[in-house]
Design a protein around this ligand. Sequence first.
Ligand SMILES: [Zn+2]
Length: 455
Amino acid sequence: MPAPPDPAGPDPARPAGPVARESHLQEVSRPEYGFQDNPAAAGAAAFTRMWGDLAGVGWHPGTGGYRRFAWTREDAELREWFTGEAAARGLDVVDDRAGNLWAWWGDPDKALTDGAGPGVVLGSHLDSVPDGGAFDGPLGVVSALAAVDALRHSGFTPARPLGVALFGDEEGARFGVACAGSRLLTGALAADRARGLTDADGVSMAEALTRAGRDPGRLGRDEETLRRVGTFVELHVEQGRGLDRLDRAVGVGSGIWPHGRWRIELPGEANHAGTTALDDRHDSMVAFASAVLAARGSATWHDALATCGKVVVAPNGVNAIPSRVTAWLDARAPRADAVRAVVEEVAGVVQVHGGTVTEESWTDRTAFDAGLAERLAALLGPPGNPAPLLATGAGHDAGILAAAGVPTAMLFVRNPTGISHSPAENAERDDCLTGVEALTAVAAELAGARPEPGG
Ligand SMILES: [Zn+2]
């Protein structure tokens, strides 16, 4: 039986990490070691412990992946873990109307009236896709709490409140809407629509909330919570190989690519697979095959990404010519016109075969605060060699907050294979700890100084 992934401990499938880090961690565990002299060591030790504590929650031994879905028993266990970690640090935990949790170092409401200004919030999510990896989400939450420890051990006191956010239902694995917690918070997802969403068993989000002991009537945009957030920084494992190609451990997000989903409908005619001559067929699957190849070719040409990952076939019989294919196209690119060009070319092929393409969702490019991104990139690199700026094709809570006008930044931690949403998702221990140090530096930079009067 495989063991849950553990970047903080030895992984038998991988060669041992660099000697320097090994001895560093051993040094950290010595009781006489003074964390006051080495806040990074305090952050590393906290990271290692918390990563180990979370490793078993929702882990499925059959697949080696995680099943952490919104408002389930596993979700409750993760929320309890977060609340316990916050309490152990003396942070005040409050929930919001959208199912997210906020742990505060400093009083965010007092800060709004006494001139300190709105808070600086770090955080991410703990839920997963079906059989997802260990890093997507938890890396950001664990790193944020470890950064709080590193700051504490350095004697730092935030001039403005420092928060750690746990966003709920980011992956949308259960109810089908990604970033549901942040979308509800900002009002991008209407409460009525959210309450009516159903899971694969027909359980509505409203019922799931009730079973989890929450009041679904409370759902909705939460002004009081949003007011407290001056800046949001989400650290996340990279879901691609951008940093690996650049040979850098940490990068800064510049934005999220424009992306969308389209439904393809292709009609055909059911008939016998053994008696219908090829010339007499109207086979919707053959038409669909040409649409898939068109998507791939067009994406290559336009420097975009296009995926047909879901298809429903009727009548779905081995010996029946398909009478109907319904499929979905996911297309993304750095530029919106490239996405549109891909969809147009696929639609052209589909129409030749008598089919239709319908847009189901579209999100234009989300830009993170450019000044903030450059400031953090400079902070995280040696002089003259800032951390690289990366745009991503994946959606995040940070993107939802940025779109709602919250100054937002993302830090990415190198993913050596780029694999994500899979049990094979990985990040090296050294890079995770470099990420904690980067987040610590960012929190100190952003929460350390009182805002300029009038600024
Ligand atoms: Zn994520």
